[in-house]
Design a protein. Structure first.
Length: 180
């Protein structure tokens, strides 16, 4: 046996106590805190970082699988089944009308309107409009234009006699004086 190849004296190696590893950075992107690992393969500083890394790893694996032909086929099947389920669902119930909205039935104004026979007289009298005759008994309601009712009620017009025929010498009457 010959002499050792390295004849330089070796400096004594400082031994660390077991379990004391040098500090390292957490490998989770965004965390990167320095920590002292409890064992050699510890990569993350806390349980939260380990869970986040596991979640990211699963997501990444899913993306890689979906890029393969088998993954695409499986995903297309899932989408097809979902669309079929959506089609088979019962139709959603109609939305309730908000309380602010109000539906007016067709015959709501019928009792307030003048009879149609009064319209025959309008041809003879150009000074009286159809709105004046038909809406004479209609009270002004909330939400109506400002001044809309006053314009109809304040003007004096030549009115036909009650018989229904336009007479040349008809008396002047205000809208409120019409018979009901």
């Amino acid at each position: 046996m010959g002499p050792p190849e390295n004849l330089t004296p070796q400096a004594p190696v400082a031994r660390r106590r077991s379990g004391a590893f040098r500090s390292r950075r957490c490998l989770l992107k965004g965390c990167e805190r320095r920590f002292h690992p409890a064992h050699a393969r510890q990569r993350y500083c806390s349980e939260e970082c380990r869970a986040a890394a596991r979640e990211w790893s699963e997501w990444k694996a899913q993306q890689a699988y979906r890029a393969t032909a088998a993954g695409k086929q499986k995903r297309n099947g899932q989408s097809r089944r979902y669309r079929k389920r959506v089609k088979e669902r019962k139709p959603p119930e109609k939305e309730a009308v908000p309380e602010a909205a109000r539906v007016i039935p067709r015959d709501f104004f019928r009792r307030l309107l003048r009879p149609a026979r009064l319209l025959r007289m309008l041809r003879a009298l150009a000074a009286v409009t159809a709105a004046t005759v038909l809406l004479a008994g209609l009270p002004a309601r909330r939400g109506a234009r400002v001044g809309a009712r006053e314009a109809l009620a304040a003007k004096t017009r030549l009115a036909p006699p009650f018989s229904g025929r336009a007479a040349p010498g008809a008396a002047a009457m205000s809208v409120g004086d019409w018979p009901r």
